[in-house]
Design a protein around this ligand. Structure first.
Ligand SMILES: [Zn+2]
Length: 313
């Protein structure tokens, strides 16, 4: 089934959605940086297999939070819409670290602790109806750990989150590093505008789009280079996981900080595309007679990269 969906998405790629990235990263399969030893292979929490629990209502990264008047929000997990009472399963072998109700959570949770190659990982299942395991219990991959519930807003779904190392929120990584999905190409990327008219500051706006089955963006880089020889003059990076590891929750929930304005379009499980517009304002200015080129790169969790330049040549 996963194989079939892979084929379908490859055809869509060829059909044009991400034709540009396809052409530019034709060797993308070899470029994948995912290391199976570094990121253990999990099963999905509802299917108990490598068949994705699609559609997702949202993914790891920036979103507009529908339940709070579409305010900007940084989301650390995947939201999987399922009816209340849906059985949920252990994504990997582990020990139950938390199970049931806790002061710091609005709804019952289950947290599993896993250990692979000496590295600790945590998986968070939140907004549960109830936990069906207890603290300290040893669970096997695919074993039932709880029943899904609804968040305070009334939305029935599972929020699932993966953390590497201790159980701090700053250790959250993109769950698609761990879960199988039909990864076919780099994100679709466009340089919307590049203002190089100022000697003080260069402002670059890019737009990144992804299909709902491939919500795997983690990093966008922009750079100014000398057009003649490609020498890099300055770069600015938006890296979702690195920023989550570095900045406070208050900073992360501000759609404009650290010199980048982050504007996700509204998205939910019925959307045909996820679109994120980023405006980088921290790049150095250039002299009026300088011949420069703007380079933008969007990278997904498997290392597939899409690159665009302006002016394009
Ligand atoms: Zn969530």
């Amino acid at each position: 089934m996963v194989q079939t969906s892979r084929m379908v998405w490859c055809l869509l790629c060829v059909a044009g959605f991400c034709l540009g990235s396809w052409g530019m990263t034709s060797a993308h399969a070899q470029d994948r940086v995912r290391d199976a030893n570094r990121f253990p292979s999990y099963v999905w929490p509802v299917s108990r297999s490598d068949v994705p629990d699609y559609p997702l209502n949202d993914s790891f990264g920036p979103r507009q939070l529908a339940s709070e008047k579409y305010r900007y929000d940084f989301h650390r997990g995947l939201d999987i819409p399922v009816p209340i009472g849906t059985p949920l399963y252990a994504v990997a072998d582990g020990t139950v670290f938390r199970a049931g109700e806790y002061k710091q959570y609005t709804d019952p949770v289950v947290v599993l602790r896993h250990k692979f190659d000496g590295q600790i990982y945590h998986t968070y299942y939140t907004h549960l109806d109830k936990a069906t395991v207890s603290e300290g219990q040893v669970v096997k991959q695919g074993e039932q750990i709880g029943l899904s519930g609804a968040s305070q807003s009334g939305f029935p779904h599972l929020h699932i989150e993966m953390r590497r190392g201790s159980n701090y929120a700053k250790n959250a990584l993109h769950p698609l590093r761990f879960l199988d999905y039909p990864d076919t190409c780099g994100p679709s990327l466009e340089i919307v505008s590049a203002d190089t008219s100022s000697t003080e500051q260069t402002v670059v706006t890019v737009s990144v789009s992804m299909l709902p089955e491939e919500l795997d963006l983690t990093r966008v880089e922009v750079g100014i280079t000398e057009a003649s020889n490609g020498t890099i003059l300055d770069t600015q990076v938006y890296d979702m996981e690195a920023w989550n590891a570095t900045y406070s929750a208050a900073q992360l929930d501000d759609g404009a900080f650290n010199g980048v304005r982050i504007e996700p379009d509204r998205f939910n499980r019925k959307s045909g595309v996820y679109k994120l517009t980023l405006t980088f304002t921290g790049l150095q200015g250039v002299a009026s007679d300088a011949d420069v080129k703007i380079i933008a790169t969007a990278i997904d969790v498997r290392g597939n990269a899409t690159r665009r330049s302006f002016p394009s040549r």
